[in-house]
Design a protein around this ligand. Structure first.
Ligand SMILES: Nc1nc2c(ncn2[C@@H]2O[C@H](COP(=O)(O)OP(=O)(O)OP(=O)(O)O)[C@@H](O)[C@H]2O)c(=O)[nH]1
Length: 543
C-alpha cells in the first residue's frame, strides 16, 4: 500500500482529502460536544428557570388580585359597623350573591369575628350549587389558625390591615384563599373580624394561568402524581442543575400553608431551541457538503495538475519508447505546467535535431567507410559485406551470382614510366568505366586493392556473366590510355578471371575468390587483355 501511495499522486491527494474530512469531522464533533452543546444546555436550563419564575409570578398575581378584592370589601366603614353588630342580613344582602361570586371566580366568601367564630358565610360549587356546610365553617382550629388572622379572645384595639393567603387542602380539594382583617377605611384601627375569600384550585385558575403564561398549565394534587416524576419545588428551582427529564411535562410544586407540597403545576416542556436531531442533520449536511466540496477540489486538481502531468509523463514515455522526438506534448498553457511542457517540447526538438545531425553524420561515416577514397566506388569492406549478405540470404532470388577479378595489366611498368599520379588517374578511370558498364542496382563494382577490381553480378547466367566480363575488358581498352611500356598492347588493358555460382546452397565466399583468382591467373598467363571463366565448384566437392 505504501508503495502504491508513493507512486500515485491521485492516491496521495485522495488520502489528503480523506484526512481533511476526518479532521474536519473530529473538530466539528469536539466543538459540538465540548462547546456548543454545553452552552445550549446551559441556555436551556436558564430558560426553563425563567419559565418557572414566571409561573410563580403568575400564581402570585392571582393571589394578589384576590387580595385586592378582599381589601376593597374589608376596608370599609359600613362593613366594620355590620361586623360590630354582627349584622348577617347586611352581609348576606351585600356579599352573599351567587352571580357576583361567580363573576369574581370565587367559590366562597366568609366573615368571622376576631375570635375566629363564623358570622356569615356563603360558598358555591362550580356548578352554582350552594355549599351548605362550607368548608371554612367546619374548619378545625388548627386550620383556622392558618387562614385567619385574629383569634384572640380580646379584641385587638389597634392594628394595621393584615392579609394571609395561600393554598390549603380540605377534603382532598385544593383551595386558594385570601383572608384580610376588617378594619376601618383608614386601613388601621380596631379589628372587627376577618373576611375570607377562596376558590377551588381547578380549571378556572388553570385557565387564568394558561392565559398569563401563554401556554397550557395543568393543575394537579401532589399526592396524585406518580412519585417517579421529577417534581421541582418552586422554592428550590434555582438550585436545580437540570429541569428537564424524559417526561413530556415539567412539574413544579407549590407548598400549602403548612409548608407541605400540595399543588403541582405542569406544563409541556418548551421545544428546545436545538435538538440533537437538528445537530445531527447539520453534521450530516456539513459532512456531505464537505465531501462534495472536496470531491470538486479533487476534480479541479486532477484536471488542472494531475491529468496534464500524467499526459506529459505518457508523452515522454512514448517518445522514449518509440525514439521519435518529433512529437509534441500538445499542452498549451501559460502556467508552470505550460512552461514545463514548453521546455519538454524544446528538449524533444533539440534531441530530434541532434538525432538528425547524428544520423546524417553516421550515414556519411558509413558511406566513407564503404567507399574507396581514390575511385569513389565500393571498397573491399563494402564488397565483403555484400557477399556476406548474399551468403546469409541464400533464399533470395539473387542467384546465379558471378564474381570477377579484374587486374590492370603491366601496371608496374605504367607507374614506373608515367608516375604514380598518372597511375592513380588510370585506376579512377578504369573504376568509372567498370561502374558505367554494370547495373547499379544488381551489380557491385569494388576496388579490391591496388590496381585490382572485383565485380559482383547477381541474377545473371554464366553466359551473360562472360559477356559482361568481355564488355568490361573492352571498355578498358576503349579508354585508350596509352601504355608505352606494355609489352603486350599499346593501351591500358585488363585481365579478368570469372566464376559463377548457380546454386545458392553452393555459395562460399572464399571458394568464389579462389576460383576467380585462379581464372585471373590463367587469363594473365594466356597473354593478358583476356577473360577467362572457370566453372565454380563447392570447396568440399572439389576435394
Ligand atoms: N599509381 C598507383 N599504383 C599502384 C597502386 N596500387 C598498386 N600500384 C602499383 O601497381 C603495380 C602492380 O604491379 P604488379 O602486381 O607487379 O603487376 P603488374 O606490373 O601489373 O603486372 P601484371 O599484373 O602481371 O600484368 C605495382 O607497381 C604497385 O606499386 C595505386 O593505388 N596507385
Amino acid at each position: 500500500m505504501r508503495n502504491l501511495i508513493a507512486k500515485s499522486l491521485h492516491l496521495k491527494l485522495f488520502l489528503l482529502f480523506a484526512l481533511l474530512l476526518a479532521g474536519f469531522s473530529s473538530v466539528h464533533l469536539l466543538i459540538r460536544y465540548y462547546w456548543t452543546l454545553p452552552q445550549l444546555v446551559t441556555l436551556e436550563v436558564e430558560n426553563d428557570k425563567k419559565d418557572i419564575k414566571k409561573l410563580g409570578s403568575a400564581f402570585a398575581r392571582i393571589q394578589s388580585e384576590m387580595q385586592r378584592l378582599a381589601y376593597d370589601n374589608a376596608v370599609w366603614d359600613e362593613m366594620t359597623r355590620a361586623m360590630e353588630r354582627e349584622d348577617t342580613t347586611f352581609l348576606s344582602k351585600n356579599y352573599h350573591i351567587k352571580e357576583s361570586l361567580q363573576s369574581l371566580d370565587l367559590n366562597g366568601m366568609h366573615f368571622y369575628d376576631y375570635t375566629g367564630k363564623a358570622i356569615s358565610h356563603f360558598a358555591l360549587e362550580n356548578n352554582g350549587e350552594v355549599i351548605s356546610d362550607s368548608l371554612f365553617q367546619i374548619a378545625s382550629e388548627q386550620q383556622k389558625a392558618q387562614f385567619l388572622i385574629v383569634q384572640s379572645d380580646e379584641p385587638v384595639q389597634q392594628q394595621q390591615l393584615q392579609f394571609k393567603s395561600g393554598v390549603i387542602s380540605f377534603n382532598e380539594e385544593l383551595i386558594l384563599f385570601v383572608s384580610s382583617t376588617i378594619v376601618p377605611s383608614v386601613g388601621t384601627g380596631k379589628v372587627y373580624g376577618s373576611m375570607l375569600v377562596w376558590t377551588y384550585l381547578d380549571d378556572k385558575i388553570s385557565r387564568q394561568l394558561t392565559e398569563m403564561m401563554q401556554r397550557h398549565i395543568q393543575l394537579h394534587t401532589y399526592s396524585n402524581l406518580s412519585k417517579e416524576k421529577l417534581i421541582i419545588p418552586f422554592e428550590k428551582y434555582k438550585s436545580y442543575p437540570e429541569i428537564r427529564t424524559q417526561d413530556e411535562l415539567i412539574y413544579v410544586s407549590f407548598n400549602d400553608v403548612f409548608g407541605q407540597a400540595q399543588l403541582v403545576m405542569a406544563y409541556k416542556k418548551p421545544k428546545r431551541m436545538f435538538t440533537n436531531q437538528l445537530i445531527e442533520y447539520s453534521m450530516g449536511i456539513a459532512l456531505i457538503s464537505s465531501v462534495f466540496i472536496l470531491a470538486f477540489i479533487y476534480y479541479l486538481i486532477d484536471k488542472v495538475v494531475i491529468n496534464p502531468l500524467t499526459s506529459l509523463r505518457r508523452t515522454v514515455y512514448r517518445v522514449i519508447k518509440e525514439g521519435d522526438f518529433s512529437q509534441e506534448t500538445n499542452i498549451k498553457r501559460q502556467d508552470e505546467i505550460g512552461h514545463l511542457a514548453h521546455l519538454i517540447d524544446g528538449l524533444f526538438s533539440t534531441v530530434d535535431t541532434q538525432k538528425t545531425i547524428l544520423v546524417e553524420a553516421n550515414q556519411k561515416l558509413q558511406k566513407l567507410s564503404d567507399t574507396d577514397e581514390l575511385t569513389n566506388i565500393a571498397n573491399r569492406r563494402a564488397l565483403m559485406q555484400f557477399l556476406k549478405l548474399i551468403e546469409r540470404e541464400r533464399e533470395s532470388a539473387l542467384f546465379p551470382v558471378s564474381l570477377m577479378m579484374l587486374d590492370i595489366d603491366h601496371f608496374k611498368g605504367f607507374n614506373d614510366h608515367y608516375g604514380h599520379q598518372a597511375g592513380d588517374n588510370v585506376i579512377s578511370k578504369v573504376a568509372e568505366a567498370l561502374n558505367g558498364k554494370t547495373r547499379s542496382n544488381m551489380d557491385l563494382v569494388a576496388r579490391y586493392g591496388g590496381e585490382e577490381f572485383t565485380i559482383l553480378l547477381t541474377q545473371v547466367s554464366e553466359e551473360e556473366a562472360l559477356l559482361v566480363a568481355n564488355k568490361l575488358k573492352q571498355a578498358i581498352w576503349d579508354l585508350k590510355i596509352p601504355h608505352e611500356k606494355s609489352p603486350t598492347e599499346k593501351y591500358i588493358t585488363a585481365s579478368v578471371g570469372l566464376t559463377s555460382c548457380l546454386q545458392a546452397d553452393d555459395f562460399e565466399i572464399e571458394q568464389m575468390f579462389r576460383i576467380a583468382d585462379s581464372a585471373l591467373y590463367e587469363a594473365k598467363d594466356s597473354g593478358r587483355n583476356a577473360v577467362l571463366s572457370k566453372m565454380y565448384r563447392k570447396h568440399s566437392s572439389e576435394n
